[in-house]
Design a binder for this molecule. Sequence first.
Ligand SMILES: NC(=O)c1ccc[n+]([C@@H]2O[C@H](COP(=O)([O-])OP(=O)(O)OC[C@H]3O[C@@H](n4cnc5c(N)ncnc54)[C@H](OP(=O)(O)O)[C@@H]3O)[C@@H](O)[C@H]2O)c1
Length: 222
Amino acid sequence: MTSTADNSIRSIGILGAGRVGAALARRSVAAGYDVRIATARPAAEISLLTEILTPGATAASAAELADTDLTIVAIPLRKYRELDPSLFAGRAVVDVMNYWAPTDGTQADFESDHRTSSEIIQGHLTGSRLVKTFNHIGYHELETDHRPSGAVDRRALAVAGDHDQTRWAVAGVIDRLGFDAVDAGPLAAGRALQPGTEIFNGSHSAPRLSHLLAEACAQVAV
Ligand SMILES: NC(=O)c1ccc[n+]([C@@H]2O[C@H](COP(=O)([O-])OP(=O)(O)OC[C@H]3O[C@@H](n4cnc5c(N)ncnc54)[C@H](OP(=O)(O)O)[C@@H]3O)[C@@H](O)[C@H]2O)c1
């Protein structure tokens, strides 16, 4: 994907200051992005936490993330209906959330719908350009597995989304954070990255990840 990845993203807003949100914030600061981080609480309530956990990032309100080039949503999936779609309309958004019943409990929305979890989120965040990635790497691995571009043991992450340019822009972010980006195609192809899949369960090089995505695609076509 390196030929199509671009560097159009300059600022990143992260909604969710928990395990994965904080790890992504630290990596993004280290990669030179202007980073804002928010929860559902007022910015003042998380400013101390931000100083300690994600130095270099700015505490913000959820509404203030709308001034950034890309919003990463890193909250528990069961809370997705609390997201105000008007804050995301017309914007590039990364969904890192997973539906994982054994830890999060059974949720009717995701049990009864044939769509992937990210397609359901896209349906809620109408008008946003949603991309699924970073869901298939552990929060701690974001800070241990990154490598410079070209490293032989560089880990790859898949990028699924219905808007080509947003996928490429997010691929540029993945690369700057220290991972190869592999194009998975449309958001529906994100099924291959969901919990329980080989992609979700492992750490893969770019060629191996491309192979697994092609296999998953072929299975859908049968
Ligand atoms: N943990 C991982 O390794 C990992 C890896 C990849 C993907 N994921 C996925 O990423 C998501 C987050 O996981 P996590 O482990 O980081 O969770 P977490 O540690 O529980 O953190 C969740 C964060 O979301 C905030 N939050 C909750 N409701 C919110 C709302 N309505 N608006 C804004 N912020 C809200 C929480 O703030 P408060 O503390 O104020 O409630 C907290 O900062 C999950 O969907 C998970 O499946 C996790």
